[in-house]
Ligand binder design. Structure first.
Ligand SMILES: NC(=O)c1ccc[n+]([C@@H]2O[C@H](COP(=O)([O-])OP(=O)(O)OC[C@H]3O[C@@H](n4cnc5c(N)ncnc54)[C@H](OP(=O)(O)O)[C@@H]3O)[C@@H](O)[C@H]2O)c1
Length: 272
């Protein structure tokens, strides 16, 4: 066993679950961290060095929280030295713009982070989980995987691919010699800043040469109204589902919240 892991195990005891969360600077995972840090050992990992400074300060008094920089596309070898019981794949990016004209580099970047980096992380941790005899992988996808939005095709399709990866991993896990739970969480719209940033990104390249230049104002207005109407301001419902996905003894495969958005997505799927 790596010396760092031995040290962590001695300090926290073997019975505490060791949970690694990606993209854990803030957003909907913040209240989850607040709830779980009392009874678990958390690796709170963030995208950049400046975010690392921020979270180190934020959690300086929490002895169960260890903050690390983990860019999912660059730093996954870091996981070689960690003992992880539960991996929470939370980090993501959202590129927007019409698939008719958005730069392919942005589409690729979206899939690099949301799909390929997550599968690479799963492969990294699952080998060790099998050796230990148990593990859990919680994948935060999105309801947009079921109900894609125009001008958000890049993000929606990356989350659809991620949800399908999650389902395949779940089926495959049933045949593994040791128990690895694969659990999918599909949130609806919550106000964390993530959606507004995503919607606005496309205006960087949707200039007067865009196929949609005559409609830009209308699209912008409709999106603002859509977010104002549907984004949930309170994170409680999704916090509870993510916590259940992480801690339930016998988790379901799929969790979603809020109820109303899940219902709308189901109706949408029946109609298409
Ligand atoms: N908010 C919603 O309505 C909503 C709905 C459905 C699903 N989700 C999903 O919920 C999860 C959390 O989203 P959120 O709304 O709470 O927003 P958030 O706080 O912005 O979460 C996304 C995090 O991922 C990080 N990230 C991006 N690229 C990364 C990389 N290469 N390596 C490591 N981390 C990276 C971001 O860091 P930077 O900011 O530095 O890039 C950010 O901290 C995401 O998977 C998102 O797709 C959100």
């Amino acid at each position: 066993m790596h010396i760092l892991n031995l040290f962590v195990n001695i300090i926290i005891g073997d019975d505490m679950r060791k949970i690694l969360i990606t993209g854990a600077r803030s957003g909907m995972i913040f209240p989850v961290i607040q709830k779980l840090k009392k009874n678990n050992y958390l690796y709170v990992t963030v995208h950049t060095s400046s975010e690392l400074k921020y979270v180190k300060k934020l959690y300086e008094n929490d002895e169960n929280v260890e903050c690390l920089k983990l860019d999912m596309t660059e730093d996954i070898d870091l996981l070689d030295d960690l003992d992880i019981d539960i991996l929470v794949c939370n980090g993501a990016i959202a590129e927007s713009g019409s698939l008719f004209e958005m730069p392919i580099s942005k589409l690729k970047q979206n899939f690099d982070v949301n799909v390929f980096a997550n599968v690479a992380l799963v492969q990294k941790v699952s080998k060790k989980m099998l050796e230990k005899g148990y593990g859990r992988i919680v994948i935060i996808s999105s309801l947009t995987s079921k109900m894609p939005l125009p001008f958000l095709g890049s993000y929606s399709s990356s989350k659809a691919a991620l949800s399908v990866c999650g389902l395949c991993l779940h089926y495959e896990s049933l045949l593994l010699p040791k128990r690895i739970d694969v659990v999918l969480v599909e949130p609806g719209l919550y106000r964390t800043g993530f959606n507004k940033l995503a919607f606005d990104k496309k205006y960087e390249f949707m200039d007067n040469k865009s196929f949609f230049d005559k409609h830009t104002q209308l699209i912008r207005k409709s999106e603002n109204i859509y977010l104002w109407l549907f984004e949930k301001r309170r994170l409680n419902s999704i916090k509870n589902k993510i916590c259940e996905a992480i801690t339930a003894d016998k988790p379901h495969f799929r969790y979603s919240a809020p109820f109303s958005h899940n219902l709308i997505a189901k109706i949408f799927n029946l109609l298409h």
